[in-house]
Structures are given as C-alpha cells and as structure tokens.
Design a protein around this ligand. Structure first.
Ligand code: MG
Length: 389
C-alpha cells in the first residue's frame, strides 16, 4: 500500500497522526488517508456543512447571489489556512478540517441570530456558536451506526472550540482543560483562528463595496487599504473599478498571509517546540502577526464595524432577524408540540431531570440548525394565518 500520509514532511511541532490523542470512540485507523483527512471528509459529508450554503455571513442570503455565505466564507478560511500550514510544514488536512467545521454551529442570520438565541437561552446555560459547532460534531450529526456525531480527533475538536467560558470548560473534561490551565491549542488551530479573521476582514471589504455600503475613497482611511490602492494605481492608472478592487483585496490578503508566515516562523525558531504538546504549553500562541500588521488589521476591522456591520441597511436586516429568532424560540419553548416530531420527542424526553433546561436546549438546537430561509419560512408558518403549515 502506498504511503499517502504526509507525516514525513511535517515539522516536529505539527500534529502527527501517530501522536493524536485519538477519538472519543476508538476506531480502526483509516486506509489510504490520514486521520485528519478522515476528519475533513466527515465534515464535508455532514448535513450541518451543507446547511452553511444558506446561512448568512453578513448579508442575508436573499440579498444577492454574489455575497459570501457561511460556506464560501469557510472555504476561503480553509484556503488561507492551508497555504500557511503548508509553508510552515504543519498538518494541512487538520487545518483545513478545523476551518471547514469552525462555523458549523452558527445560527441563521449571522451574529444577530447568535446574539438573539443567546439572549433567549440566558437562564438555560446560554448559547455560543463555538460550543454549538462542537455539539454538532460531537452529538447532533446522525450518520454512523456505532457512535453519535462525527467522532472527530481530539486535535480537530480542540481547534473547533476556539473560546470557552470557565464554567463550560469544567464540563468538557480533557477538551476544556486548556481554558483552565491557560494553554494553547495546536498550531493548526491557531492558524485556522487567524485565517478566519484574515478571510472575513478582506471579503467584507469586497462585499461591502459590492453592496455600496463602502467606497474606495472611504476605505483609504485605513492604512492597509491605502497602501495597496496607491501601489495598484501607480502601476495601473486606468484600471476599471472591479479589477481595481480585486487587485487591492488580493494584495492585502497576500501581504497579511506572508506576514503571518514570517512572524510565526521566526517565533518558532526562537521557541523551538519539539512537539505539539510543547506548542500547547507555550505561554502565548506561537502563530501571530507582526505588531504593525496586527494594528493595521485591527484598524480595518474597526472600520468595517463602523461602516458595514453598523450600517443602517445591515442593522434593519439584523433587527428583523433577531425578532424572527426570538419569536421562534418563544413559540417552540411554550409549546414543544409545534416542532417537528423528532425535536418534540427530544424536548419531552429531556424535560425529566432539569425542567426547562433540556427543553430550551432542544429548541436552541432546532433553531441553530435552521438556514436563513428555513427560519423565515418557519416563522411565516407559525405567525402568518394565510401561510400553509
Ligand atoms: Mg468564521
């Protein structure tokens, strides 16, 4: 059998198949692919992954076909992380798997949906999309005869759980330990985390321009955009606006990715971790941007917050979205028999020991799994007397 594992080329501080902390339910090793490639493949075949097609990133799905959705966002994140992982001799398949799974627990309607659901769940343990992504891969996907969820490796689950409160960390056993001990995840997870920020900062510039919430002139207020704009204009003074925008965004991504690779590489040279456990034990994340690049990147993030995420057109949409999620939650929580059979049965079953909590969690699982349009449709079915049920 040919050796298809890329392990030989990996750096000592990368995630290696044979050093994995394993899966929750032991399984025979995969054939003709690595453990982390198997994780990635399971994620791609999941229902939750396909639902990302119709979930909002910033612009609600029906606003236009060219805007990013959660799935194209996740693919762009994965693409950035793979480039960085390869350059640093990290485990590319693991980084890719973490990126493709990082938003699986996201509610419909982006952050507005998550905030609304969190508010509804305040008395019942709250709702956090990182934890929900983990819940999707650990519990909610139903695909295998032998175990619930996707039974992913520890390393992949560690990467999916980006943040976690101390209270939740205590309930998560081995996976929660690093939040209590203030340790780091492996480098593949660190890279995935930064790739997420790089991807959305840059694609939101592109989407914000497309939606005409931003202008090239206004974006020149940020150093990172202005530098690339000047460089492109100096070389191609007659470029059409469409090409100009793509050329600038492409160069911004390239600039940040190269900075990430160089900065991380020099931190690794200094720290010289001999294994993934030494990466975990390090006081700070070893994957990082240079100070200058981080500041510029934050400046762009702040600019987008002000001009895109808080734009009145976006706020009108998010206000509607919040109302849809709140009203769905209230209706289902008050009367679980309004939910489809499997959720109703689950809600009734989980009532026993902890009245309210189990029911609330089941309703949250149902709502979090909805796509934007399914949530809107459910809302119409429940509240619009003219709508068919
Ligand atoms: Mg993301």
């Amino acid at each position: 059998m040919p050796d298809v594992s890329p392990t030989a080329a990996l750096a000592p501080y990368a995630a290696h198949d044979d050093e994995s902390r394993g899966r929750r339910y032991p399984e025979p090793p995969p054939q003709l692919r690595s453990e982390f490639q198997r994780d990635r493949d399971r994620i791609i075949h999941s229902n939750a992954f396909r639902r990302l097609v119709y979930k909002t990133q910033v612009f609600v799905n029906h606003e236009g076909d060219l805007y990013r959705t959660r799935i194209t966002h996740s693919i762009e994140v994965a693409q950035i992380a793979r480039s960085v992982a390869l350059a640093l001799r990290l485990n590319e398949a693991l980084s890719e798997a973490i990126c493709l799974a990082h938003d699986l627990g996201h509610t419909p309607f982006g952050h507005a949906g998550q905030d609304a659901l969190n508010e509804c769940m305040r008395e019942y343990g709250g709702f956090e999309h990182n934890l929900q992504s983990l819940r999707v891969v650990d519990e909610l996907e139903e695909r295998y005869a032998e175990f619930p969820g996707l039974n992913l490796t520890f390393e992949c689950r560690e990467g999916i759980l980006k943040h976690c409160s101390v209270r939740h960390a205590r309930e998560l056993g081995e996976l929660g330990e690093r939040f209590l001990k203030r340790q780091q995840p492996g480098l593949e997870a660190q890279i995935a985390n930064l790739a997420d920020e790089i991807a959305y900062n840059n694609h939101d510039v592109d989407d914000g321009l497309r939606a005409q919430l931003l202008s090239v002139e206004a974006l020149r207020a940020t150093r990172i955009f202005r530098r690339q704009h000047d460089a492109v204009m100096a070389r191609y003074p007659d470029l059409s606006e469409r090409r100009l925008v793509h050329e600038i965004v492409r160069r911004m991504i390239n600039h940040i990715v190269l900075d990430l690779i160089h900065t991380t590489s020099s931190q690794l040279e200094q720290a010289r971790p001999a294994s993934i456990d030494e990466v975990r034990a390090h006081a700070r994340p070893l994957a990082a941007l240079s100070n200058e690049c981080r500041e510029e990147h934050l400046e762009l993030k702040e600019f987008l917050r002000e001009h895109v995420y808080r734009h009145y057109k976006v706020l009108r949409m998010t206000t509607k979205a919040r109302r849809v999620v709140q009203e769905l939650f209230e209706a289902f929580f008050k009367d679980v028999t309004l939910m489809p059979g499997e959720y109703r049965d689950q809600a009734l079953k989980s009532e026993g020991a902890n009245p309210g909590v189990g029911r609330a969690r089941t309703v949250a699982d149902y709502i979090a799994g909805m796509t934007d349009r399914y949530a809107i449709l459910e809302h119409q079915r429940l509240f619009d007397p003219a709508e068919r049920t």
